[in-house]
Ligand binder design. Structure first.
Ligand code: TXA
Ligand code: MG
Length: 322
């Protein structure tokens, strides 16, 4: 199959129409969002949903996020408690995904057999236009092969899936570059399952209490955290100090840093919006080692640190094929 490149920068209307037609016909289309590109399928099409897992080589126990065009559509698929409603009021459309009690009829493929479903309403207009034109919510995990850095440009999507999906809607580089925050309300408390575009502080200021930390919960409540993520081929080493940078730097190393690094070495700017693009670029250049200069400004960015820590995790035998 040749993957169709739909140019939404120059012709958004035609791109939306063609993408929706392909989706309605049960094919997979990569779509832009304000966070990262998603690999979309219609939620009512079991064959298409199965193909999402196959194309991504995603473990079937890792559920998908459902994307909706209008706020009211959340009630088609989920029961919404009062605190979740309050968070929806504050943050939708936007980079907040809520794990909610699912309604009957939501495919087990979407939920990985759980009794909950993750839902978000993206803020990027073209994403909502595509969902509306497809005529039903779209299940869309990040559009990368499982374990690889997420895709923040259409070229990243083609690099991972060229030929194996029907189309990619190209709206340029994603504005935020890091995935949505995933939360779940349990017994009146909000659990942070994955830090992301909406910060802990933003949520806490809306609910007036502290979020439960990711460390505090059982891995079963956050299936995605069991699997290896965001890993480039190069080794990623997090360096807190200048001494560590110096001792880790060998030929074939680059540094990611917010500011020019304190040692003489090739470097690239570290920022949440371009992190995944930089990890992919390092692989294209066959860099051996990526040193990340973890200054205070980096350490206080919870979502960025979460992705960096996961990218730096050592490879385990059990990760093969995930
Ligand atoms: O920004 C985003 O969230 C992007 C764009 C495309 O919307 N999507 C994304 O999807 O990052 P994905 O599949 O890469 O990550 C979804 C996360 C996974 O960690 C998954 O385990 C979790 O959401 N998740 C999905 N359904 C869940 C559920 N029912 N309970 C708990 N966690 C769930
Ligand atoms: Mg992902």
């Amino acid at each position: 199959m040749v993957t169709l490149h739909l140019d939404a920068v120059h012709d958004p209307a035609a791109s939306v129409m063609k993408a929706a037609l392909l989706l309605r016909n049960g094919l997979l289309v990569a779509i832009p969002t304000e966070t990262v590109y998603g690999l979309a399928a219609c939620i009512s099409n079991e064959g298409a949903l199965a193909n999402v897992f196959a194309a991504k080589r995603r473990p079937v126990d890792n559920p998908l996020i459902v994307h909706i065009a209008n706020r009211a559509d959340v009630y088609l698929i989920a029961h919404v408690d009062a605190l979740s409603e309050h968070l929806i009021d504050a943050f939708w459309p936007g980079a907040l995904t809520l794990v909610l009690a699912k309604k009957k009829g939501v495919s087990e493929l979407v939920t990985a057999g759980l009794d909950t479903v993750a839902v978000r309403m993206p803020s990027l207009g073209i994403t909502r236009d595509i969902i509306a034109a497809a005529g039903e919510p779209l299940a869309a995990p990040s559009a990368n092969i499982s374990g690889r850095p997420s895709a923040t440009t259409a070229q990243h999507v083609i690099d991972d899936f060229g030929g194996s999906i029907a189309a990619v809607v190209d709206a340029g580089a994603c504005e935020q570059g890091i995935e949505s925050t995933v939360i779940r309300v349990v017994d009146g408390r909000v659990m942070l399952l994955r830090p992301g575009g909406i910060t802990r502080q933003q949520i806490e200021s809306v609910i007036g209490s502290e979020l439960l930390s990711p460390e505090a919960q059982d891995a079963r409540t956050s299936p995605g955290t069991r699997h290896r993520h965001y890993a480039p081929h190069a080794a990623v080493v997090l360096c807190d100090t200048e001494d560590m940078l110096r001792s880790e730097a060998v030929p074939g190393t680059i540094v990611l840093s917010k500011d020019p690094p304190p040692i003489e070495i090739p470097w690239r700017r570290l920022d949440a919006t371009t992190l995944f693009a930089e990890l992919r670029r390092a692989d294209d250049l066959q860099v051996n080692k990526i040193l990340v200069h973890c200054t205070h400004a980096v350490r206080i960015d919870e979502a960025l640190m979460n992705r960096l820590r996961m990218a730096a995790e050592p490879f385990r035998e059990s990760d093969v094929g995930k």
